[in-house]
Design a protein around this ligand. Sequence first.
Ligand code: AMP
Length: 460
Amino acid sequence: MSNEHSDFTAFALDRRLLAAVTKAGYTKPTPIQQKAIPVVLEGYDVLGIAQTGTGKTAAFMLPIAHRLANGPRLMGARAPRCLILAPTRELADQIGQAGAQFGGAVGLQGVSVYGGVGKRPQDEKLRRGVDVVVACPGRLLDHVDSGTIDLRAIEVLVLDEADQMCDMGFLPDVRRIIAQLPTQRQTLFFSATMPKDIRELADRILQRPVAIEIGHSRPAATVAHALFPMRENIKGTALLQVLEREATGKVLIFTRTKRRARHLAEVLEREGHRVSALQGNMTQNRRQAAIDGFKKGRYDILVATDLAARGIDISAISHVINYDMPSTVEAYTHRIGRTGRAELTGEAFTFTTPEDEGLVRGIERVLGARIERRLLDGFDYGSTPPRPSRPKMERDGNWTPRGVSVPASARPEARSATARPARPSGGPARRLEPRPEARRDPHATGAAPKPARRTFGRPR
Ligand code: AMP
């Protein structure tokens, strides 16, 4: 089997799929597509280690659509033939969109199945008959338990972002689901990282898989990284400065908790930014409205938690800002995977406090390089400026080397040392004006949420 295909026409794909690829604007297969498409077409199981933004979805969706459209239906006129498991609703929706794009092109029907939205439309779609089900494990099991889905005709199983499913505690559900499937099937297993639990699951469910590894589980090379050492209590003001001076494009900000995401979005909105939050306490419709608004440019800034942002594909994000350090090196990789996608360049800024040092070293090990430390020129870091461990680079005149002394007159009033992001105070601190283009959006609050896309059947 060859794995060097510089052109989609070199794959033995249905011509309707080739037309759909052209319509999607893809001219050249990405490395994972070059490797995976021929292997999946030949019916092999795949163990794919690939970072986000590599084109992994089309790498499995195209050959699956080819197989389902051209192979015989083995059992049951209406039972689904392909099951794709994903950790989050957003990722399920994105895979569903690729299903509509490519599966729809060859007449396949599909449904996305996840919680947080009504079960009945999913029931109806399943009853009418679908070829492909894209599902989050919990809701899928509800359907299994209520008898609305029959998994006995599944020919292809895809586990996407398996490590994240494990992190979210879905492994028992995933095992229960797999126990319902025919043992004779093709299984495609994708994970950005391969911790022990995941390796064991892969060993158990894959049969003589072809291993495909795209890069290492480390951030894309198109992302530049910088750390901003500071103490917790000045993060809010520092963020406003960074947004003012540097991160002026499409910015995705990560916080540690849902509450911090919501609160920070409120603070930024008060400061005149066009911003929305994305966190797990929001209804699915509101989450989708936030993502759509960000994608379409209604918001410049999205403040998200890790889980809510998992897998979302938003192209042209210029900056990812870790307002809070992620809890693991893997989580850093995933967050940073939101920028620098599909060969665009991006910047990843991380606000670090002294407690984050250990994790910083872990990230630097994975990157194989030391990350640049930056200080904000003229910014009041409080009574003791943070002490990054080595000299910093000066950059565009906006950033100064370490040890920058800040005149006492420029220091803000003492702020609460709690984790709440501080609003820049008036008084002696520098008062920030909103970015000129960041006017308040009359639609930013109270906008009618867009219904989540839950089914596919026709190409869009
Ligand atoms: P994924 O890793 O599947 O989330 O894909 C990341 C992004 O790359 C998505 O926006 C895809 O539409 C896009 N993409 C996938 N394959 C290609 C390709 N061959 N050429 C250009 N863009 C692609």
